[in-house]
Every structure is written in structure tokens, then in C-alpha cells.
Write a protein that binds this ligand. Structure first.
Ligand code: PLP
Length: 380
């Protein structure tokens, strides 16, 4: 009998008894909506990033949207097109205009020279996306933002714990994080906004809950808890106490989960055949947290290659194709853009291999061997 192929999915959330217990405790408590676990999750997240303020909410998309709305951004926002569509969607739904700039081939992150070239008198903000777990060049992008007096927003959905020069993402500008199940830590759905600005944090906190500055939990302790004053016309972007409990428990494991991802990446680096694959890099002074392990294929029919991996039980995928500027809404809207040749090259060649903390060494070895074996059979 031929051996059944191993099954190595693209990713699996890392959940164990501690998370189950924390969620069960909240369910038993009866306090399901925004509550005490939200505060615990936020406190742990802020401490991890060494930042004074973290506001949790229902998604990274909400955080990106509020980062713009709360700071009154209505003009042009420079953003990569080589990203998940949510980065640009948040700009459009906030009433601003995305301006697409090209990225660097090595990291998939905004190219500072392309950012500089895309600045116009209408530019109000730069939105750096930390692709796949590698921090964008925030030293240079931050310097450009400061010189042109532009707001700096970090789409850090894919990079919880990544850093440049010892500063973690979310600490360079307004940080926006995702807790979708594929991310470095998960609450199923969820997001966080981080800032050093107390007034911005307070405003975002209010906007997350209908524009009311007090929470139900805080009002419980007041003589007249029914008095709710809306300071802003806000939204309901709250994260439930149930999911916040999950997040608070995941925080205890985050450093270990990221270390496991880094160890897997090193094994991939050693095992993959560089004739066919350009491997991810970790720039000097940077910490990569490998939310994804993305290779650039060279001279391969990518569709055929992915089909071959699938046959061997491997859940590889592509992030991101099509690039945002070619998606139907964006192609039609014709937002301003610079040359996007690197974006198009990356979109056409990138492949995301399996990556999750609980992979075994044998899983990584298996994926690398199958990729090396499939590549020569998929020559273009
Ligand atoms: C770069 C980027 N931005 C934004 C998002 C959206 O995150 P969420 O699903 O939490 O809204 C994602 C998630 O896939 C992402 O990868």
C-alpha cells in the first residue's frame, strides 16, 4: 500500500486547555459583552509593546478605519498595493484616497523611495503594512513622515512582535493589529489599536462603543448607571469579553509561539532549494515573526506547483494575488499610483508555505522536500 500523504495545512490556531478554561470561565460568569477581560487583554498587549495605550476591538480593519477617522484624515494616504485589500478598504471607507506605492522585492514592504515619490500636497498620511511578519523600514519611513508632517499608520495585522532597532511594530505610529485565526495570536476575530497619544486612545475607545466615553462595566459602579452620554457619533466595534479572554491567554504564549515560528523559518531556510526559491530575509536590526513564510518562486508555473503541493497534503497558498490596484473596485476607481512593477512581480511569483507554531521539525522538512521535488516538474 502506498503511504498516505502527510497532511500539513497552511496554518492552525494554537489553542490549548488554558484558552478553553478562560473562555469557559467567562461564559459561566454571564458577562459576555465588553468586560473585565478586555482590560486584561489590553493591559497585556500594551505591556508587551511597551506602549501606554492599547484599545481592543472587533478587527484590524476597524482599527485601521478608526485610526483615520479619529485623526480626521480625508486626503491622500500612501499605502502598498501588495497587501490584503482591507488596508485600502479602510482608507476608502474612511472617506480618504489610497495612493498606491511600490514595495521592495526582498521584504514586500513599502519602498521608502517610492513613498517619497508619491507624496503630493494632498498627502495626509502614510500607511506602512508589515508584510508577512517583517517590519517595514520604519526608520526611513518614519523620517519621511516627520519631514513632510504626515501621520504614520502601521498596518501590523501580520506582525505582532516584529521589531526594528528594538522598537516593536505599533510603536512607530498608530498601530493596528489583527487577531484573525491565521495571525501570530488569535481571538477568532479581533483587533487592537495602539498609540502613545492618550487623547487619541480615549477618542478611539469612545468610537468603538457608540461614541460613549464610559463602558457598561464602569457605569455599573455609578449611582446612575443608566446615564450614557455620547460625545461622538460612534460605532459598535466592540470585542466581546469571551474573545478578550481568549486574547489575554494567547498573550501568555505569544513570545513562545513567535520563537517557534522563527525556528521553523530557519529550518525552511536551510532546506529549500535556492535554485527555485528566493527566500524571505530578515534585515539587519529587524526581528521577523513569520506570520507567513513566503518564498518568491523563480521560473515556475505557480498554479501547477501549488496543485502538486496540494496532492502531497500541503496547504500552501498565495498572499497576495491579485494586488489591490487590479481588483475590480480599485481598477475602476483609478486611484493614484506610482509604478508598481515590483508589486506585480511579487504577486505573480509568491507562494506561502505552511507556518504555525505547533508544526514539527518533520512537518517543515516534509514541506521543504516536497517543494524541492515539485519545482523542477513545474518549470515554465
Ligand atoms: C495586511 C492586513 N491588513 C488588514 C487585515 C484585516 O484584518 P481583520 O481581518 O482583523 O480585519 C489583514 C488580515 O488578513 C491583513 O493581512
Amino acid at each position: 500500500m502506498p503511504e498516505a500523504p502527510r497532511h500539513v495545512p497552511l496554518c492552525i490556531p494554537n489553542l490549548d486547555a488554558a484558552e478553553l478554561e478562560a473562555v469557559a470561565d467567562v461564559l459561566k460568569s454571564g458577562w459576555l459583552a465588553h468586560g473585565p477581560m478586555n482590560h486584561e487583554f489590553e493591559a497585556k498587549f500594551a505591556a508587551f509593546l511597551e506602549l501606554p495605550h492599547a484599545v481592543c476591538m472587533n478587527s484590524c480593519t476597524s482599527a485601521l478605519f478608526l485610526s483615520l477617522v479619529a485623526q480626521g484624515i480625508k486626503g491622500e494616504v500612501i499605502v502598498p498595493s501588495f497587501t490584503f485589500v482591507a488596508s485600502a478598504n479602510a482608507i476608502v471607507t474612511a472617506g480618504a484616497t489610497p495612493v498606491f506605492a511600490d514595495v521592495e522585492y526582498e521584504t514586500g514592504n513599502l519602498d521608502p523611495a517610492a513613498v517619497e515619490a508619491a507624496i503630493t500636497p494632498r498627502t495626509e498620511a502614510l500607511m506602512a503594512v508589515h508584510y508577512a511578519g517583517h517590519v517595514a523600514d520604519m526608520r526611513r519611513i518614519g523620517e519621511i513622515a516627520a519631514r513632510h508632517k504626515l501621520l504614520l499608520i502601521e498596518d501590523s495585522a501580520e506582525a505582532i512582535g516584529a521589531a526594528q532597532d528594538g522598537v516593536r511594530t505599533g510603536g512607530w505610529g498608530t498601530g493596528c493589529f489583527s487577531f484573525f485565526p491565521t495571525k501570530n495570536l488569535t481571538t477568532g476575530e479581533g483587533g487592537m489599536l495602539t498609540t502613545r497619544d492618550a487623547a487619541l486612545a480615549a477618542k478611539v475607545r469612545a468610537l468603538v462603543g457608540h461614541g460613549i466615553e464610559s463602558t457598561t462595566l464602569a457605569r455599573e459602579k455609578k449611582e446612575r448607571p443608566w446615564l450614557r452620554a455620547a460625545t461622538f457619533a460612534g460605532y459598535n466595534f466592540r470585542l466581546s469579553n469571551v474573545l478578550a479572554a481568549l486574547g489575554a491567554k494567547q498573550m501568555d504564549k505569544l513570545a513562545g509561539m513567535n520563537a517557534a515560528r522563527r525556528a521553523h523559518a530557519k529550518r525552511y531556510d536551510a532546506a529549500l532549494d535556492r535554485e527555485w526559491f528566493d527566500l524571505p530575509v530578515e534585515r539587519p536590526g529587524c526581528t521577523h515573526v513569520y506570520q507567513m513564510y513566503v518564498v518568491k518562486t523563480r521560473g515556475l508555473d505557480r498554479t501547477k506547483f501549488l496543485a502538486k503541493l496540494k496532492q502531497t497534503g500541503i496547504g500552501a497558498s498565495v498572499h497576495f494575488d491579485p494586488p489591490v490596484h487590479t481588483q475590480p473596485y480599485y481598477a475602476e476607481a483609478k486611484h493614484p499610483r506610482g509604478g508598481l512593477s515590483v508589486t506585480e512581480r511579487l504577486s505573480a511569483s509568491c507562494v506561502t508555505l505552511s507556518m504555525y507554531p505547533q508544526m514539527t521539525e518533520a512537518d517543515v522538512q516534509y514541506v521543504a522536500e516536497q517543494a524541492n521535488r515539485a519545482a523542477p516538474e513545474c518549470r515554465e
